[in-house]
Design a binder for this molecule. Sequence first.
Ligand SMILES: [Zn+2]
Length: 210
Amino acid sequence: MKRLILFGAPGSGKGTMGDLIQRDFHLVKISTGDILRSAIQQDTAEGRRARAFMESGGLVPDKLVIELVRLRLSRGDLNGGYVMDGYPRTLAQAQALSLIASDSEKAVFIEVMEAEAVARLLSRLTCSDCGAIYNQLTKPPQKDGICDICRGRVVRRTDDTEEAVRQRFRVYAERTMPVIEYYGRKNVLARVDGGGAAAQVYLRIKGLIA
Ligand SMILES: [Zn+2]
């Protein structure tokens, strides 16, 4: 395996699993969120275009996301392999990824029940500067309200109401289905039960990718 692709609805624990996998398997974590943030910070041409879409409240279009991912993959620092988090999100992105880099790949879909995901999301905190994710119940920052990594402000997302969280979960399940099916047809998809404690979920995933 060179490319590992992680799928999971909001609240599935995908971000945490990605961090653990990156650490233990020495893979570079590639997340569209990070790529977008850094392109915007560095004020590249793509970053400026992405920012315009985000500021107007719209989604960054597939074509631009694909270009940003292509630039990232071409940087030449991924020989040991990489784990993708939050990409591909659409069938077009998945097909483009296969063309951009024909690395051997494995996709892992972390499945979690809606009720459990919603409970996790409602206790979630995010660093407003670097995007690091914490959890009031399971993984609070060391200092209340302050990011362990960058000392930024750790806040609860204001759009994290129960109704909004349920909606995000359902939209993810619906939108991602064609992408999951795509990797199923390629015979590189594994499904993992994402219920319960993070350590347990991680053991299940490790068993699949070790
Ligand atoms: Zn931070």
